[in-house]
Ligand binder design. Structure first.
Ligand SMILES: Cc1cc2nc3c(=O)[nH]c(=O)nc-3n(C[C@H](O)[C@H](O)[C@H](O)COP(=O)(O)OP(=O)(O)OC[C@H]3O[C@@H](n4cnc5c(N)ncnc54)[C@H](O)[C@@H]3O)c2cc1C
Length: 502
């Protein structure tokens, strides 16, 4: 069965995640007929974004920019006024560059920095809702909400994995604006005629098109590709998100002539709780990411600390913890807290994860299965390096212990003690299709492949060693939107009766 060619130029978008929905909506708004192909069923909508914390990082000039996106505040953050120092495009770009160790493509960095704020406003016109989230560090003092620079806004919903809720308005927009969504229809092949993309094969059928946007996510869900590119240890990592991002869309684009780019040997990883399985459906909870590490200490199987647990705000550093755990014996670790932090960790960061609890450090060590004497000595050494304090203050550092804890250092001495068992989880891969700032897929000579676009995790070139939390959803939205608009513009210039030879 072949899809008939209609009068309107046709843009096919593969992948119903955030990048795919943004591409489909932008192409439709630009007048194209749009077919959105999704490998999974409706229960899989949203790809990785459905499991995400819904954090979006973008530059802003001050409180009025933030308030132009939302006036919604999580409990405890309502205030008479807001103090929000600017987080400029230059700072955003510099942060992306420094977290990629200078390897990121400067054109992509500049485009993301320049288009993010406008794209946040655009998302709200498509029905998405944002809020000032509590877990990221804003605080009300003397009736003023203080928002630290480089702050994310968060999609509305409950808990950390609230991204699922962003898709109801996007689906409604697609349905009411004539975007044809085809579930259980994976893209498998891409065909070119005289160099230009003319059709794809999806779900066993050929579909004609004038332009294609590949938004099929990374390759993190394929254990063999993980082993090949990231090494044997990451092949065993717990998958944090969608099981459908197996890299097939990326490989189809490469076969069709696109070049690869980015850090194929690196990925985003976060420590996750071992008691929770990888998600199956989009409304499942992903394994809890244990972002509360900064409120306690991490110890390995030998009972030793091995990393600075307080390098800075968790949202900028959590992926380092997954990588640090990966390097430990057995590739696992325990996150240990006392009563100063236990309830905050349980309420804000641990989701449905089940901790071990004990009245003494010795009993906790027994339950963890780590050498008792070493573990107790580690905690005593750490406690001796902290200043006594009933609270966990950001400015508090350790003195005379290795590794240091640079912030939020407080003794672990108020029982009962709790420990969460953590393993590295894989969030998404960093290598993919090479694109330019218009979302056009480039070949190995850096020339656009006519009619071929890509966006989101399916692309490389932006994230390398690490990335600032909130920039991945922002990338999906900005480049999805850009690719969809560019694809529609190119499709509009295709001759209506171009030969269809495949
Ligand atoms: C647990 C978790 C928490 C996160 N939290 C945040 C956060 O708070 N902030 C942030 O910035 N980032 C976060 N991220 C990362 C962010 O969610 C992703 O980078 C982003 O959603 C990627 O969007 P995407 O559209 O490119 O890919 P995806 O969302 O993965 O979408 C890809 C879609 O393509 C489909 N697909 C795959 N292959 C095919 C095919 N062959 N044909 C058709 N369809 C196909 C998949 O089923 C999927 O629906 C998080 C990720 C995870 C896993």
């Amino acid at each position: 069965m072949e899809t008939p060619k209609t009068g309107a130029p046709t843009v096919v978008v593969a992948g119903a995640g955030l990048a795919g929905f943004c591409a489909a909506i932008a192409a439709r708004d630009a007048g194209a007929r749009v077919i959105l192909l999704e490998k999974g069923g409706p229960e899989d909508v949203g790809g990785n974004a459905a499991f995400s914390a819904g954090l979006f990082l973008f530059p802003y000039a001050g409180a009025s920019d933030l308030l132009s996106i939302t006036g919604d505040f999580e409990e405890g953050l309502e205030a008479d006024s807001i103090e929000a120092p600017a987080y400029t495009q230059a700072e955003y770009g510099a942060e992306l560059m420094s977290m990629s160790n200078g390897e990121a493509d400067a054109d992509l960095v500049d485009a993301l920095a320049a288009r993010s704020l406008d794209t946040m406003r655009w998302l709200t016109t498509k029905g998405m809702n944002f809020t000032f989230g509590r877990s990221l560090g804003p605080e009300v003092r003397d009736g003023v909400l203080h928002v630290p620079p480089g702050q994310c806004l968060q999609t509305t919903g409950n808990g950390l994995s609230r991204g699922y809720e962003m898709f109801a308005p996007l689906i409604e927009y697609a349905e009411t604006h004539g975007i044809e969504v085809r579930w259980s229809t994976p893209l498998t092949q891409i065909h070119r005629t005289d160099g230009h993309i003319t059709s794809v094969v999806a779900g066993g059928h050929k579909i004609r098109c004038d332009a294609l946007v590949v938004a099929t996510g990374g390759f993190q869900a394929d254990a063999e590709l993980r082993r090949e590119h990231l090494g044997p240890a990451m092949a065993e990592a717990v998958l944090r998100g969608t099981r459908h991002s197996t890299g097939d869309g990326i490989l189809a684009a490469l076969t069709a002539g696109a070049d690869r780019s980015g850090a194929w040997g690196r990925c985003h990883s976060a420590a996750v709780d071992v008691t929770m399985p990888s998600p199956r459906r989009s409304d499942d909870d992903p394994p809890a990411p244990l972002h509360g590490f900064w409120l306690g200490v991490l110890v390995n199987r030998t009972g030793q600390r091995f990393v600075d647990e307080g390098p800075g705000p968790w949202v900028k550093h959590y992926s380092k913890m997954g990588k640090a755990i990966l390097g430990q014996p057995g590739s696992d670790a325990y996150e240990v807290f006392d009563q100063r932090a236990a309830s905050r960790v349980a309420n804000e960061f641990a989701g449905a994860a089940v901790p071990l609890t004990a009245d003494t450090l010795e009993d906790l060590a027994h339950q963890m299965g780590v050498p008792v004497a070493e573990f107790v000595a580690t905690i005593e050494r750490f406690n001796g390096a902290c200043r006594p304090s009933p609270v966990i203050a950001e400015a508090a550092t350790t003195d005379g212990v290795e590794p240091p804890k640079s912030r939020w250092a407080a003794p672990i001495d108020e029982p009962p003690f709790v420990a969460y068992h953590a393993r590295p989880g894989v969030t998404f891969t960093f290598g993919g299709v090479r694109i330019d700032a218009d979302g056009h897929a480039l070949d190995h000579t850096r020339t656009p492949v006519p009619g071929l676009y890509a966006a989101g995790e399916a692309t490389g070139g932006l994230f390398y060693g690490d990335y600032p939390g909130g920039a991945a959803l922002m990338r999906a939205a900005v480049f999805g939107r850009t690719a969809g608009a560019s694809a529609a513009a190119e499709a509009a210039h295709c001759p209506p009766d171009a030969p269809q030879t495949h």
